[in-house]
Design a protein around this ligand. Structure first.
Ligand SMILES: [Zn+2]
Ligand SMILES: [Zn+2]
Length: 95
């Protein structure tokens, strides 16, 4: 795999994605970054919720899902996308 030069979508600076990083992203099933390292770091600091993803199960249907918050620290019920939508649809109908 060859190194790739990407242009940062935020500041327009060119940055390098080395082959090891590409392999890592591929293994984790992640897209190639569109931001240069310094903008990525800035965004991470802005948006702390995006930093870690947790594997958990939906408490409604038991489906495997990924949460952007720590399920152990989350006090409310954890829903997958489908159940979340259903939950709000039913609650909207009730009110
Ligand atoms: Zn940038
Ligand atoms: Zn569910």
């Amino acid at each position: 795999m060859a190194d790739i030069t990407q242009m940062c979508t935020k500041c327009g600076k060119k940055f390098l994605i080395i082959s090891q990083e590409q392999e890592f992203l591929k293994k984790k099933n992640l897209p190639l970054p569109t931001l240069c390292p310094s903008d990525r770091q800035a965004r991470r600091l802005d948006d702390r919720g995006e930093r870690t993803l947790y594997k958990t199960t939906c408490q409604e249907c038991g489906a495997n899902m990924i949460a952007s918050y720590d399920p152990a620290k989350e006090k409310s019920k954890i829903f997958c996308k489908n159940c979340y939508r259903k939950y709000f649809e039913t609650h909207e109908l009730v009110s």
